[in-house]
Design a protein around this ligand. Structure first.
Ligand code: FAD
Ligand code: EPU
Length: 353
């Protein structure tokens, strides 16, 4: 029998009440590798987390959960750039604030994204027309068993929308630091359509601080604070579909929001979910957020991971049946022994001929 007595409720933003056999806050690499090896030798699972803002725990975790608090921000400069080397346990939003305070600009569109720096390249965090891939120079990773460290330069990170090599080939490695390159000549990134207002109103007087405040304000309006209603931001990724299907849907729904990426249609998963009448829908304490259907809320903070997963599956099936689009979860699903393949639960329903 495995005793799981350490609560993870405050360590995941869905506020799921599960336990782990052991929870340790790690502050340096030596401690991290030593513990990792010790648990692996005992054939116990290990999981590293930052703030648990992109995970869904289904059950108690029968092993060691390490909370990454390896800190340090190092700044150097060249003629045209600021070079930042940041250890992976730093908080992302605090880093954004820190850069702006030190007149180092560029990260303002990515304000208020929860989580630690080490998790940011994994899904290539993005918001409001920007993503970490625009600034990332390299990612340093370690094999916690043999302590080999590798530097993965940006070109090798395979950054894509909500994806990178760290979800594939380097899954068994731990990210220890991230290098960012921020141009000294600041150019505002106002591409996101929500900035239209900002563009018209502020025009040439736009400053990084104004964008930072604007982003923080819309985020606070749209996304509930997770300590009040547990959530992990978007549960699914926005689907990218073929030009053929995109054009077909556009004929049927002329007001469908989309953007084009190399002729492929990037749709709003929130809009698709809304079209299936899920806005405000609540089942077993899990609610589809009425201001943003892509966000599932642990409405009373007493739902189980399975309750959340079941609603996500219901949504997945409804959207799949109505639109022929099978959503991909963004959130990582964790069971007793670690991350699982979400497609165990999310299965396409084949149409009967
Ligand atoms: P965790 O949830 O702790 O971990 C996520 C995964 O990464 C796990 O599999 C974990 O094992 C692994 N991991 C963590 N640290 C390491 C490491 N050092 N090395 C290797 N693996 C590691 N995301 C966006 O992109 N854009 C948004 O706008 C956005 N908004 C959000 C809003 C809210 C309210 C919430 C709750 C989430 C939002 N997210 C958003 C998702 C989340 O912020 C990101 O995925 C973030 O990068 C997760 O960071 P974390 O440290 O909490 O990761
Ligand atoms: N929309 C709806 N109904 C909804 C939600 C959205 O119709 O319920 C439509 C609206 O037309 C809206 C558009 O979709 O204008 C875009 O919505 P929003 O700006 O909220 O962005 P999103 O595409 O739903 C993505 C990211 C967010 C990120 C925002 C801001 C994904 C999966 N999500 O959401 O990231 O903060 O853009 O850039 O790409 C996260 O990853 O956890 C996350 C919160």
């Amino acid at each position: 029998m495995i005793f799981c007595k350490y609560s993870l409720k405050k360590l995941n933003t869905f506020n799921i009440n599960v336990n782990a056999s052991k929870v340790v806050k790690v502050k340096d690499l030596t401690q991290l590798c030593k513990l990792w090896k010790k648990y692996k030798q005992k054939k116990k699972p290990c999981l590293i987390i930052g703030e648990g803002s992109n995970v869904l725990f289904l059950k108690n975790f029968c092993g060691l959960v390490m909370i990454n608090r390896i800190k340090g921000i190092y700044i150097s400069e060249s003629k045209k750039y600021w070079h930042l080397h940041i250890n992976s346990g730093e908080n992302w939003h605090k880093l954004v604030k820190f850069t702006i305070k030190h007149k180092i600009y560029g990260l303002e569109n990515l304000a208020l994204i929860p989580g630690r720096v080490g998790s940011a390249p994994i899904q290539n965090i993005g918001a409001y027309g920007s993503s970490i891939q625009n600034f990332c120079a390299y990612v340093d990773i370690i094999n916690p068993i043999n302590k080999n460290i590798k530097r993965i330069n940006k070109e090798k990170c395979n950054f894509k929308y909500r994806d990178s090599i760290f979800q594939h080939s380097y899954k068994s490695y731990i990210i220890i630091s991230v290098g960012l390159l921020l141009p000294k000549k600041w150019v505002p990134n106002l591409n996101y359509f929500n900035f239209k207002k900002l563009k018209n109103n502020i025009n040439i007087n736009t400053t990084p601080k104004k964008i930072f405040n604007y982003v923080c304000n819309i985020r606070k309006k749209k996304i509930p604070y997770h300590k009040i209603y547990g959530n992990a931001g978007s549960f699914f990724k926005n689907p990218i579909i073929s030009p053929k299907l995109g054009k077909k849907l556009l004929k049927m729904f002329s007001n469908m929001p989309y953007s084009l990426e190399n002729n492929f249609f990037k749709l709003s998963a929130g809009w698709l979910i809304n079209k299936c009448n899920f806005k405000g829908y609540i089942r077993k304490g899990v609610m589809v957020h009425s201001k943003q259907c892509l966000i599932l809320l642990n409405r009373f903070n007493n739902a189980s991971g399975m309750n959340i997963l079941n609603l996500a599956i219901k949504i997945y099936n409804s959207v799949g049946k109505k639109f022929g689009i099978w959503l991909e979860p963004e959130v990582k699903i964790i069971d007793n022994y670690g991350e699982i393949n979400p497609y165990i639960y999310f299965k396409k329903i084949k149409k009967l001929k």
